[in-house]
Design a protein around this ligand. Structure first.
Ligand SMILES: C[S@@+](CC[C@H](N)C(=O)[O-])C[C@H]1O[C@@H](n2cnc3c(N)ncnc32)[C@H](O)[C@@H]1O
Length: 441
């Protein structure tokens, strides 16, 4: 029997259960990686089920179904390698063979474009791929200190639940991070501050950074233990209390850095960082290949972070104006540019607001690159269209908002020149997509 993901029912309301539906064919896989089935009441979404499988499921709530048994597995089903698969639910597509995951992601984007942008994508490039395991460079761990048993729970939050799944490994995370899990749990359990730990974040770039979210700064004994651990395990601790910026445990430790395409950039834990180190580099390279920044180009970059795209564009000679919502990341971007001897204009702005009062918005730009968060760029894309740049490169981590925004670009006279899946989040349903829009002559 194939391995089946069954979310734990611990803590769930156990009201009267609906009867199990048997021998139901799964008609599709939706954009959240759930099998789509129909029962007498309409469509339901079943986590863990794949397209074309025949399953038994139990209806849950209005729209969900819980997978009970796979009667006829899909040809693309593989056995999930993660030991926490049954409980965690984070890597919700690991039971689908890798090539099929990538094909599915491309199909999702095609379907969303057809539905929301009324556009058939004709020019797909084959997916941009790299390692499908051990790729994730950021791991956020939830903590719970059980004072009575004097035991620390450190692990991942179960999907759609507050429960913590204790882990000693995470197969999609960088090995440098998972190697730390056991010793870090032992260390934290010994600290006086353990009861006030919020969560712990591990980040693997040029160095492993460990961010501890706390309500108060540690006492001397705890500081000593943290310092010893940092030396022994070659990590940098950062302490973050209630919304403030993380502070280095050792003021001498310096900022971590990550590699963008041909460029090393400093960042502070807490800044946005693309999930997959190799693919982040490949993504920047490909986006710039399509954007083709030249010395005469005036490029407007939106949602710029700490400069992942901005610096490589400026290195190619383009005049870059970079906009980012978080002031500290704007500062980092400018410091990074300064360190590389690059002249970049960067400004803080909320791009979801009217651009009228921003000075930079009154300059002409012939090319735009944007990389918004999952909410997309509903307002920004209208502002972009009003300025009629020749080329727009849109990097998206949410295909539904991409399709919504693409509709606006297409209606404003842009054609979709190319699209490409970037396999930034293998084993999960999350989708990264790179698109190139060109203004019709
Ligand atoms: C997907 S990240 C991309 C960052 C950068 N391009 C990179 O590759 O590292 C999206 C960025 O958009 C910023 N952002 C989100 N909403 C914003 C808004 N309304 N206005 C301006 N920036 C925003 C976030 O702070 C984040 O840095």
């Amino acid at each position: 029997m194939a391995q089946v993901y069954r979310p734990s029912r611990a803590g769930k309301h156990k009201a009267k259960q609906a009867a199990i539906q048997r021998d139901v064919k799964v008609s599709a896989l939706d954009h959240q990686g759930r099998g789509v089935v129909r029962d007498t009441r309409g469509v339901r979404f079943v986590s863990g089920a794949l397209s074309n499988e025949v399953i038994d499921f139990q209806p849950q709530g209005k729209w969900q179904g819980e997978l009970v048994k796979i009667k006829e597995p899909a040809a693309e089903r593989v056995s999930a390698p993660c030991p926490y698969y049954q409980d965690c639910g984070g890597c919700d597509l690991q039971h689908l063979e890798l090539a099929a995951q990538r094909q599915h992601k491309q199909q999702v984007v095609s379907e969303l474009f057809a539905k929301f942008a009324e556009h058939q994508i004709a020019n797909w490039e084959s997916p941009l791929t790299a390692d499908a395991w051990r790729y994730r460079r950021r791991l956020r761990l939830a903590c719970h200190w059980d004072g009575k048993r004097r035991r620390l729970k450190l692990g991942l939050r179960q999907a759609s639940s507050k429960a913590i799944v204790e882990i000693n490994d995470c197969l999609i995370s960088d090995e440098a991070l998972t190697r730390l899990l056991a010793p870090l749990r032992d260390l934290l359990a010994q600290l006086a501050l353990v009861s006030q730990l919020g969560h712990v974040e591990l980040i693997a770039t040029n160095v492993v950074s460990v961010v501890l979210r706390l309500h108060h700064m540690p006492a001397a004994a705890d500081l000593g233990r943290l310092t010893n651990f940092a030396q022994q395990h070659q990590v940098h601790f950062w302490l973050q209390s209630d919304g403030a910026a993380p502070q280095p445990l050792d003021p001498q430790q310096g900022m971590p850095s990550y590699t963008s395409w041909l460029t090393e950039l400093s960042f502070q834990p807490g800044d946005f960082l693309q999930a997959h180190g190799q693919l982040s580099v490949a993504l920047v390279k490909q986006a710039l290949h399509w954007l083709d920044p030249q010395a005469q180009d005036k490029v407007l970059e939106l949602y710029a972070g700490s400069g992942n795209f901005s610096l490589p564009m400026a290195k190619q000679g383009a005049q870059v104006t970079a906009i980012e919502g978080v002031q500290s990341m704007v500062d980092r971007l400018l410091q990074n540019a300064h360190q590389h001897g690059l002249d970049i204009s960067a400004f803080q702005a909320d791009l979801s607001q009217d651009w009228q009062h921003y000075d930079w918005a009154h300059t002409e730009f012939n090319k735009v690159l944007l990389d918004p968060a999952r909410a997309g760029a509903a307002h920004a894309i209208k502002e972009v269209c009003a300025r009629q740049p020749q080329r727009v490169i849109y990097v998206s981590c949410a295909p539904d908002t991409l399709a919504r925004d693409a509709k606006i670009l297409l209606a404003a006279g842009y054609r979709l020149e190319r699209a490409q899946i970037v396999d930034m989040f293998p084993q999960t349903h999350h989708i990264e997509c790179l698109t190139w829009f060109e203004r019709e002559a």
